[in-house]
Design a binder for this molecule. Sequence first.
Ligand code: ADP
Ligand code: ZN
Ligand code: ZN
Length: 814
Amino acid sequence: MFADIILPLNLPQILTYGVPHEMQDLLRPGMRVEVALGKNKQYAGIVERLHNERPEAYMVKPIKGIIDEDPVVNEKQLQFWRWIQQYYMAAPGEVMQAALPAHLKLMGETRLEWVGENDVVYEWSDAAYLATESLILKKTLTISELRNIVGVRHFAAVLNELLENEVIAINETLEAIYKPRKEKVVRLAAEYKEQPALIALFDQLSRAPKQLELLMAYTELSIKLKGIVRQEDLLARANASAAQVKALADKGVFIIEEINVDRLIYPSVENTKEIVFTTAQQTAYDELNVGLKEKNVALLHGVTGSGKTLLYIHKIKECIAAGKQAILLLPEIGLTTQLVSRLHAYFGDILGVYHSHFSNNERVEIWEKVRKGAYKVVVGPRSALWLPYNDIGIIIADEEHDGSYKQKDPAPRFHARDAAIYLASLFDAKVILGSATPSVESLHNVQHSKYAYVALKERYLGVKMPEIEVINAKSLEKVRLRGIKMVTPELQAAILEALQHRKQVILFQNRRGYTPMQLCTVCGWVPQCKNCAVSLTYHKSTDKLHCHYCGLKTNVTKTCHSCGSNSLVSKSFGTEKIEEEVQTIFPDARVARMDVDSMRGKHSMKELLDQLEKRKIDILVGTQMVVKGLDFPSVGLVGVLSADSLLSYPDFRVNERAFQLMEQVSGRAGRVDGAGKVLIQAYNIQHPVLQWVKNHDVHAFYKHEIKFREFFSYPPFSRLLKITFRHQDEPKAVAAATQLAEALQAFAGIAVQGPGPAIVPRVRNQFIYEIWIKSPKDNKVLSELKHFLKTQKQSILANKGNANVQIIFDVDPM
Ligand code: ADP
Ligand code: ZN
Ligand code: ZN
């Protein structure tokens, strides 16, 4: 018997090993095994398949040991991995690395460290007893040593036993294996719950001022937090010490408990029981159910604030009632405390929350609970798809249009929305894609009857959509002498007015505002590539305009091709510059910035959101980050600083992105009272996208956009594949790219563009070149193409001169 084993390495193939006799009745796919690779490297791999086909090309080595008693990865997961690997051209090991939490990635040399107490009496099995004796004696053992001590057959059971008793830690990560983080919470003893007893207690404590203060702080907090008071918060509130709390516990007033941190989700402000659908929501819900009877995927197109989340919750409830698991996918930073507490109010302990900044321990905890079925609902970003679900009933992807669903680096570069649809199909599960601004791809699938379509057109309680005004950025000339380059007088006036009405202001500048481009300040015209219909970017190194799709280079233009003026400028402004400018104009306002640079730490995002919520910030300047999930009632004004930079990004999806972003960012204004205002600054005020945004007209946008896509055969009419070449010597990157581009000439039926420098042509001293391929949407062509590309990559890399060139495939790049 043979086993195909996935190793945690970037190997193009899965390797086959021999299964020794004594393991044959134990081994199953999805189990981890220890194998050797090369002379003396040991790895823990995952059994992908068992079979009897002896490989011809090489001598098989035997599997050294089995690590698990039961598979850690189930069949459906393996199938899902296989698909991701094939579709997105990732190595099997890369998928495994992404999918498995750290604690499951053991290696032969991995050290197990004794962290148990030596004098405690444990009830060990015989084999585990043997192991603990050596562990206590030596303090550490490698996985292989442990196997030698207890024998192949017992190894997995013993390892589990030790892990479950929390007496060993894995040295590699220096992190104790699965220790749920605990936190102390304080409760009032039951006898003081009644008013008279509590009053008596206050009297009784009047001579102990500190204790009285603690009690008062406790009552305040417990009203606010509905009963769950963290000791830490209490101490901060009362300015007290842990000893003082303990004194009250000793008196029988407080009860101190340790609970798992994952239970400590902030209580919801929403009273879940009383919520009933509005007529519009009920209709949408009924339509959704009808749609999902016929189709596996439904697109729920609901304006911001229409109650999509409520519909999701009801669908998830149904799914759970049917005994299945549900996944709610969110874009990278869509997971806010607000949403989590709302969901928690509905689902309580069966809700697992996957953070984007989870620690290994948190990952383990959620992995185990999903596997055992304790979590029926998981809410999280794209990585939530890797969890070991047993039976999925529904997957919902909120904000389905969002680009952060696509993993950019490292491999596997998968799109979570599309992968979710595949994953759902493995379970015969249903999929809901929700958005206020659906992607062109999804609308196209609706048009072609692949997806059901449900619209929810009004905001809850009929709250109006904000009023949108487009400001001609030419008015910046009036303030230039004051050194202001980004905030027009009109926007300044609107900010002032909002501040006077004690409203908060969000100013939005896209990350893309950093890409240098040439722009006519009279009419907003931006030079375009004649081949690709995308904007050209200015490259300082060559002092030329480049097309990053086809590599075209042209001279910098002096006159505008649209209006003939000579006022072309090169622009690129970041959020930091704007923050500065705004602070200069409004010296008394409290200004904060939200972008990837200012949000590095795990907590800074949460802190900033807290400050916003408590209205300690008047003006927030930010990138895409401000677009998602911010739901603050007192935002009265949203300003889009440079629509031109949104509308000229060199990407065929530029109009789609610009439309979605402006629509979404507008949705942040006036969410409760409808008294919101949106100001969009642009030179090119005639741009059709601005009109569609003004009218919130997705369908007009789509009708126009889909023609453009068809004319240039961009997705959804084709599939795109991007191949990136990186090397620190520019000629090497170019040579490898050219070699592949030339080889691709032999492949019929596709369009190859490039090589050309990437938009950001050099990163960390690596030169970056790209080839773009447009392929027909034909599975046969695509799989042949992928195969061809892999083979070519191997042969390019086999060439000595190319050895260090990185060649990266990106299927359906975003
Ligand atoms: P979306 O997800 O479409 O942006 P939400 O589901 O967040 O919209 O709803 C917006 C707001 O309106 C939320 O605060 C929600 O609690 C409230 N809401 C929506 N529908 C109802 C309802 N039927 N009853 C009470 N509140 C509702
Ligand atoms: Zn081009
Ligand atoms: Zn012009």
